[in-house]
Ligand binder design. Structure first.
Ligand code: IYR
Length: 223
């Protein structure tokens, strides 16, 4: 006997012909390949609808037991961004000057990063992503999430891809520790800060490291 809570409904997506699949994938790759992580943002505004629509896309990600263990706080308020930047720079200075191992600093050297985080106030939006470890029902019972990091990571992947397709740049930023973010955003104890994603347009003088991506044969094998 299957559980009465399992109530499947028909699913009949449009069947895409192989040639059309191929065409779409090539086009998608060409778009994806142009994405670069950006550290210098223009202060040009981005409409809030764009942020809402991109977060809607992120919310379609698969998740463990369909618990959807994510919460997004999108900040455009100048005071709040300034507070966020101040706290993040305090942590980052500590990281670069004390906490980071020589090996880690060496890995970061080609990326030209430092503790100065102007993007947190320059970017018109800063999305703080939270991982919700459990949900509390009105009667007090706790609904646990599963594969939390995997689920939120996939949602953030959807978010970054959607923003990029909309012509918006992002920076995947994970200051450590990020505990200050929960208080700053006024989020409850069952949510852990997962990452910060500044969103906007690259500044006119934006430069990026000269990187290349691993070719297919280095990242995959098909048997
Ligand atoms: N969180 C620091 C350091 C940093 C770490 C990694 I791994 C990067 O790919 C980039 C930066 C910072 O934001 O500067």
């Amino acid at each position: 006997m299957t559980d009465p809570r399992y109530v499947p409904v028909p699913y009949r997506p449009e069947r895409v012909a192989p040639e059309e699949s191929a065409r779409r994938l090539r086009e998608d790759y060409a778009i994806a390949e142009r994405r670069r992580t950006v550290r210098a943002f223009s202060t040009d505004p981005v409409p809030r609808e764009a942020i809402e629509d991109a977060i809607r896309v992120a919310g379609t990600a698969p998740s463990g037991a369909h618990r959807q263990p994510w919460y997004f706080v999108a900040i455009s308020d100048g005071d709040m961004k300034a507070k966020l930047r101040e706290a993040a720079e305090r942590e980052e200075r500590e990281f670069y000057e004390r906490r980071a191992t020589p090996e880690w600093l060496d890995a970061l050297a080609p990326l030209g990063t430092d503790f100065f985080k102007a993007h947190l106030t320059d970017a018109p939006w800063v999305i703080v992503v939270f991982r919700r470890d459990y949900e509390e029902l009105p009667d007090g019972t706790r609904l646990k999430g599963y594969y939390l990091n995997e689920s939120v990571g996939i949602a953030v992947g959807f978010l970054i891809a959607a923003l990029h397709r909309a012509g918006l740049a992002t920076l995947t930023h994970t200051p450590a520790p990020m505990t200050f973010l929960r208080e700053l955003c006024g989020r409850p104890a069952n949510e852990k800060p997962y990452l910060i994603l500044p969103v906007g347009y690259p500044s006119d003088d934006c430069v990026v490291p000269d990187l290349s991506r691993k070719p297919l044969h280095e990242i995959a094998e098909l048997r």
